[in-house]
Design a protein around this ligand. Structure first.
Ligand code: ZN
Ligand code: ZN
Length: 389
């Protein structure tokens, strides 16, 4: 059955190397991996960065139960675009079949991607070798400028300007077009032009925005990456409908990405900063963007009475009534007379305010202490906790 829409999910948006710093948590630290489910059910995976592991762990394939296939496009062979492959669980299941697409590297020759698979899992870099990968794998070499069809979708590949080569892909589905162009440095007239042709009129144009315009003209020139400003320029020139800033620098904190996004929005309205978990839906005319609440880090001023039990830093058990004044979907800041031990667990019992429905007893949460500020308020300790359930 044909669904009338295409769904694009972001599983990894970070460039160069994964990050786990809390300051990059909101946009996410996994390296490039996108998934596009076309209206005909075909599953496309764009790049195999560390985000691929999460996609594989989702449990069921979106096309489970149907005969739809998975087609995986690998833009190039730099670590951040292949590192998820050995951790992609579906590759170890016999009944699965994957079609891989990438280019013939002049450094590797024939079957480049197959060689990359083997090299990545060779001794002494990985504990099991390729023989453990039981899924059927088919490899296809693609050249820049090539166009081919998969199901109801037309795919075009185009060369980008990146050390050792990189391909951009345009996927034209009946619900709209997605152009994925990461790892590209502007400045090569011919390749700049071919990128514009690839991106022309796209509903969604995902573009490398690793550096700031200042960095690109100075310290980072020649590293193979682009900027939000370049993306905006292309979007305006060739009539892109939505621009997605992608491949965030590992040193760009959430705040840095926020400010890059703000600057870009000052010049072009429909810009988004790629975020892990973000889903864009195309229905033929509109693009709808959703970011799951858990990643938004929304904070609310609250006044919940709460009972907190835990252990102090000297190991003494305590129980105390307090008020929760600031609540987010993943944590809270509470003030206590006691000073709990950092990285210890607190039980928090909230009086259920029953807003918008019947109150069904207190809300019990388990918190993990991530921050202690002694004497933050008179002689009380400010305690930052992350909810673990
Ligand atoms: Zn990269
Ligand atoms: Zn690269």
């Amino acid at each position: 059955m044909t669904a009338p829409f295409a769904k694009l999910s972001f599983w990894g948006v970070r460039g160069s190397t994964p990050t786990v710093d809390p300051s990059t948590w909101r946009y996410g630290g996994n390296t490039p991996c996108l998934e596009l489910i076309a209206p005909d059910g075909t599953q496309f995976i764009l790049d195999c960065g560390t985000g691929l592991r999460m996609l594989g762990n989702r449990g069921s394939s979106p096309s489970a139960g149907s005969s739809a296939e998975t087609h995986i496009f690998v833009t190039h062979y730099h670590w951040d675009h292949i590192q998820g492959i050995p951790f992609f669980a579906p590759l170890y299941a016999e009944n699965n079949e994957f079609h891989f697409y990438s280019f013939r590297s002049k450094f590797l020759g024939r079957d480049s991607l197959k060689q990359v698979f083997e090299a990545q899992m060779a001794v002494p870099y990985f504990p099991v070798d390729m023989s453990a990968m039981n899924a059927k794998r088919k490899f296809k070499e693609v050249d820049g400028g090539e166009t081919f069809r998969i199901g109801e979708n037309e795919i075009t590949a185009g060369w980008l300007n990146h050390p050792q080569g990189c391909l951009g892909f345009r996927i034209e589905t009946p619900a709209g077009s997605v152009v994925y162009a990461t790892d590209n440095e502007p400045g090569d007239a011919k390749l700049d032009q071919s990128l514009r042709e690839l991106a022309a009129g796209a509903d969604i144009f995902i573009n490398d925005a690793q550096f700031t315009p200042e960095q690109l003209t100075t310290a980072r020139k020649g590293w193979g990456h682009s900027t939000w400003l370049e993306g905006v320029k292309i979007a305006e020139e060739v009539g892109v409908k939505n621009l997605v800033l992608f491949h965030h620098d590992p040193d760009s904190t959430d705040k840095a990405v926020d400010s890059i996004l703000r600057e870009a929005r000052g010049k072009f309205a429909n810009v988004w900063a790629a975020a892990e978990g973000m889903v864009m839906t195309l229905d033929g005319s509109n693009v709808d963007v959703v970011i799951p609440a858990v990643r938004e880090g929304l904070r609310r001023d609250t006044h919940f009475r709460a009972m907190v039990t835990g252990y102090t830093d000297t190991g003494m058990a305590f129980e105390e009534e307090t008020v929760i004044r600031d609540l987010s979907l993943h944590g809270a800041l509470i003030y206590l007379d006691h000073s709990p031990k950092l990285q210890s667990e607190l039980q928090v019992q909230l009086d259920n305010p029953g807003i918008g429905g019947p109150s069904d007893g207190p809300l019990r949460l388990r918190g993990y202490v991530v921050r202690i500020e002694n004497e933050a308020e008179k002689d009380r300790t400010a305690v930052g906790i992350v909810f673990t359930e």
